[in-house]
Write a protein that binds this ligand. Structure first.
Ligand code: DGY
Length: 322
């Protein structure tokens, strides 16, 4: 029997590319350039499964014309770049990679939290520019994390893992907002108070960390009013999706001092990072590194392939997005 035809849209870890080469009739992306909308449209007519990443947008329009593809195996947990309603309508199963990137993304949220509160980016720029002329008591004085209140918006796997790190490592108090109640089993000893809404979290927290999915009703959920509630002594960390923050409002607040600082791994229109944001010193800017460790990226690739294997063997896929 002919092997299913698979498209992998970006370069994958070597071990995962070797596995997909062994088991499928695969086209890899040797140049690692992002595919155009025309390329993706064509792919939906040629491949049994397409394995995209966050850089590949599958709109309803694109999916409505899918002629061959029956599975989209996303390399990533977030899937707001795929119109899953339209995929369902087109008879396409969509899978993602939950769980395997929880720890690394939580680690990166802590990295940003520390970098922005301790002004590590500013310090590094100072040293690299050759402008550091020695220690002084008032130089680059930041804010201490220990004992502060962390506000988590979106208490899923990554939100909980971030809160756990903050509490165990830095003695932080944790408040959070999550649409549904989080069971004590999931909190597993973590002391965290659920507040009524996101406004209450922004008011109560010294640092707000975002862990909710992008797209839909979450778009710009951190608007100017909520950013102002975090306040001039407060910080915002975003490792979720750029569109959940009103980016122009964030830039205004960082510029005016209405918000103390921000640590960002994601942006509204990646890879575009607005110049006014890049010009600010009180923001740490990373290039969407949340899951970027060798261990995690390999685990993500294998998880996509586990889903492909199940699908083409006629079994239930382990990680359907719904
Ligand atoms: C994820 O897995 O959602 C990462 O942000 C990459 O898409």
């Amino acid at each position: 029997m002919a092997k299913p035809r698979i498209l992998i849209t970006r370069k994958w870890p070597d071990a995962c590319e070797a596995r997909v080469r062994r088991d499928y009739d695969v086209v890899l992306n040797e140049t690692d350039e992002p595919l155009s909308q025309d390329d993706l449209q064509e792919a939906l007519g040629r491949f049994d499964a397409v394995c995209p990443t966050v850089t590949d947008r599958f709109s309803a329009h694109l999916l409505s014309k899918a002629a061959k593809t029956k599975l989209i195996g996303n390399f990533g947990v977030g899937f707001n770049h795929i119109d899953v309603d339209a995929a369902e309508e087109a008879g396409i199963t969509v899978t993602n990679t939950p769980g395997v990137l929880t720890d690394c993304t939580a680690d990166l949220a802590m990295t940003l939290m520390l970098m922005v509160t301790r002004r590590a980016g500013e310090g590094e720029r100072l040293v690299r520019a050759g402008d550091w002329h020695g220690w002084k008591p008032t130089q680059l004085v930041g804010a201490r994390l220990t004992g502060k209140t962390l506000g988590i918006v979106g208490m899923g796997r990554i939100g909980i893992a971030t809160a756990r790190r903050a509490q165990a490592g830095f003695g932080m108090n944790v408040v959070y907002y999550n649409r549904s109640e989080v069971s004590p089993e999931r909190l597993d000893g973590l002391k965290a108070e659920r507040l009524d809404d996101i406004d209450a979290v922004c008011e109560a927290a010294d640092i707000v960390s975002l862990h909710l999915p992008g797209g839909g009703a979450n778009s710009k959920v951190l608007d100017a009013g909520r950013i102002a509630k975090i306040g001039p002594e407060g910080f915002l960390v975003n490792t979720a999706r750029g569109d959940v923050v009103d980016e122009p409002a964030l830039i205004d607040a960082l510029h005016s001092g209405a918000l103390g600082g921000a640590g960002l791994d994601v942006y509204a229109a990646e890879p575009h990072v607005p110049e006014p944001l890049r010009a600010l010193d009180n923001v740490v800017l990373l290039p969407h590194l949340g899951s970027a460790t060798a261990e995690t990226r390999e685990a993500m690739g294998h998880m996509v392939l586990d889903n492909l294997d199940a699908f083409f063997a006629g079994r239930d896929v382990p990680n359907p997005v719904r």
